[in-house]
Design a protein around this ligand. Structure first.
Ligand code: SAM
Ligand code: DTB
Ligand code: SF4
Length: 325
């Protein structure tokens, strides 16, 4: 195949291309070198290909979640080793954000294991957003499903991004999560958009879904009324005690293909190489960056699982000649 022949029609600069499943599946089926080349071309049209954005995560409320997401260590319905914690005090959160900023993260993301925030919990999170924002670092929260009016309050407090993943293809969703539907998640994304907060939404790969399911997730994200500004692609971190503890491991090249498909289908979005980096070699991560990932979580913890040590990431950036933004 010629490197120039597009799999999808090239949209006029002003018109937005809506992706079909066949087109995204065709991306997945390209020879890897052609796919990477195409992803690089798209990436370089919109971004500095040698710059990677870094967000630091903090779990502000850990465990005891009512939902049954099959991958999650924090569901009260799974028998995992996790210790439940109450909502962290404000000063601890602010101190962690200060440390993240000092290490060079440009965004601080606070996660809570809730189906959604109760009114009084939200008030405490609003204080966190205000104080973290005042430090001069971007703010992100992931609190589950929002009720009417909650997104507007978050916006008023200074929230920059709300993370809420579609997680997996609508057709596969019910096999992983039964306590809520993907439509519930879409409703929250609408509210976040409506409030003028940047949308961060992506998914998890390696849960036993098919390639068609992976492609369908990318189509769904890309064809949202407006594509998410930020698209986290998580590789399943298998958690003992969860239904997905023994999910068959995915070929790492399939993960790289998913990053490339996300990059091509969402050219102006930040694509985040998210959970699963700790198990990846430096070479595999470099391949993900080549496929168009330009964001990552920085700091030795995700929410309840590990992430590469900051020193290892700093060394990787130096070896690759990548600059942090
Ligand atoms: N409760 C909120 C929610 O579900 O939106 C926020 C926290 S939840 C842990 C945030 C995201 O983490 C999930 O949507 C999922 O994509 C990701 N995640 C959770 N457990 C994971 C795992 N074991 N491996 C990979 N990603 C995971
Ligand atoms: C996202 O897509 N990945 C992050 C963040 N958004 C909140 C969370 C990953 C969690 C990995 C499993 C854990 O640490 O519990
Ligand atoms: Fe709860 Fe979120 Fe985990 Fe689902 S992914 S169980 S909603 S914390």
């Amino acid at each position: 195949m010629s490197v120039c022949s597009p799999v999808a029609p090239v949209a006029a600069a002003s018109a937005r291309h809506l992706w079909t499943l066949a087109e995204v599946l065709a991306l997945y089926e390209m020879p890897l070198m052609d796919l990477l080349w195409r992803a690089q071309q798209v990436h370089r049209q919109h971004f500095d290909a040698n710059a990677i954005q870094r967000s630091t995560l903090l779990s502000v409320k850990t465990g005891g979640c009512s939902e049954d997401c099959g991958y999650c260590s924090q569901s009260a319905r799974h028998d995992t080793d996790l210790e439940r914690e109450r909502l962290l005090p404000l000063d601890e959160v602010v101190a962690a954000a200060q440390a993240a900023k000092a290490k060079g993260a440009s965004r601080f993301c606070m996660g809570a294991a809730w189906k959604g925030p109760k009114a009084d919990d939200l008030e405490r999170v609003l204080d966190m957003v205000r104080e973290v924002k005042a430090l001069g670092i971007e703010t992100c929260v992931t609190l589950g499903m929002l009720k009417a009016g909650q997104a507007a309050k978050l916006k008023d407090a200074g929230l920059d991004y709300y993370n809420h993943n579609l997680d997996t293809d609508r057709e596969f969703y019910g096999q992983v999560i039964k306590s809520h539907t993907q439509d519930d998640r879409l409703e929250t994304l609408d509210q976040v958009r409506e409030a003028g907060i940047n949308v961060c939404s992506g998914g998890i790969i390696g849960m036993g879904e098919s390639r068609k399911n992976r492609a369908a997730l990318i189509v769904q994200l890309a064809n949202l009324p407006q594509p998410p500004e930020s698209v986290p692609i998580n590789n399943l971190v298998p958690i003992p005690g969860t239904p997905l503890a023994d999910a068959p491991r995915l070929d790492p090249f399939e993960f790289v293909r998913t990053i490339a498909a996300a990059r091509i289908a969402m050219p102006t979005s930040w694509v985040r190489l998210s959970a699963g980096r700790q198990e990846m070699s430096d070479e595999l991560q470099a391949l993900c960056f080549l496929a168009g990932a330009n964001s990552m979580f920085y700091g030795d913890h995700l929410l309840t699982t590990g992430n590469p040590e900051a020193d290892r990431d700093d060394a990787l950036f130096a070896r690759l000649g990548v600059k942090a933004i």
